[in-house]
Design a protein around this ligand. Structure first.
Ligand code: KIV
Length: 273
């Protein structure tokens, strides 16, 4: 069967035709293959990898080289899903030139197809310039994790009516600047609905209620890979973290008791050797 790559055009068309766009993060080829087999539309190589893969407290330390490294690993799986890479903190905020250079490196070196930038009015020139250079841009508004220190923590955004009006205006500006979709993170459900009705490009929600044109989850959260973390807004679709602990405990016990390896898991003796 032909591997029909999901394109920006396919995704934008889904705004009016549906079905909802399903996005999940991945950081390596194995998970990319699994999620593609499950039929997701977009794989996001999120800078959340700074927290779930690298063990940092937030996404700020992640570098452009690291994003490209993980993007390349995911792209090697050759998924049908559309591949988006986060531009990391300080790779695009400083200037339009730095943004186009960073986004250009991502597309040239990782083999992925689009970049995601966090922010509204402040980064519109960067968005326009990337799009003009032929680089598809996904926006990201609301609880944008790269601004964690401005927010004073990972707190829900858009509660006051002034903030809500600003976020609606940012969403409209992102659309005008040429973004083909946008993530809405950590905002009230009614605000996500208002933005979704206002713009003609798809909105992809995370902790933003059911009214967006699609949803995204961080794969480590979705699969319960960090059993010690419990987030109110995350739905876990598996408990792979606990399964990994249980499986590893069985391995430890069997090695110590001499149960593993038995003859069936050992190399057979060759004739005469
Ligand atoms: O980095 C990431 O995983 C993200 C998602 C939470 C949208 O930006």
């Amino acid at each position: 069967m032909v591997n029909q790559k999901t394109s920006v055009r396919d995704l934008v068309a889904r705004k009016s035709t549906g079905p909802k766009i399903v996005t999940v993060t991945a950081y390596d080829a194995t998970f990319a293959r699994l999620f593609d087999a499950a039929g997701v539309d977009i794989i996001l190589i999120g800078d959340s990898l700074g927290m779930v893969v690298q063990g940092h407290e937030n996404t700020l330390p992640v570098t452009l080289d690291e994003m490209i490294y993980h993007g390349r690993a995911v792209a090697r799986a050759r998924p049908r899903a559309h591949l988006v890479v986060d531009l990391p903190f300080m790779s695009y905020q400083i200037s339009v030139e730095s943004a186009v250079a960073a986004a250009g490196r991502v597309l040239k070196e990782s083999g992925c197809e689009a970049v995601k930038l966090e922010g509204g009015a402040a980064i519109l020139p960067q968005v326009s310039a990337c799009v003009a250079a032929g680089i598809p841009v996904m926006g990201h508004l609301g609880l944008t994790p790269q601004s964690v220190h401005v927010f004073g923590g990972f707190h829900v955004q858009g509660r006051s009516s002034a903030d809500q009006d600003r976020l609606v205006s940012d969403a409209q500006s992102l659309e005008r600047a040429g973004a083909y979709a946008m993530v809405l993170e950590g905002i009230p459900s009614e605000l996500a609905a208002r933005i979704t009705q206002t713009v003609r490009i798809p909105t992809i929600g995370i902790f933003a209620g059911p009214h967006c044109d699609g949803q995204v989850l961080v794969c480590y959260d979705m699969l319960g890979l960090q059993p010690e973390l419990k987030f109110r807004f995350v739905k876990r679709y598996a408990e792979l973290g606990q399964q990994a602990i249980d499986a590893t405990r069985d391995f430890v016990d069997e090695v110590r008791s001499g149960q593993f390896p038995d003859e069936s898991h050992s190399v057979a003796r060759q004739n005469g050797s």
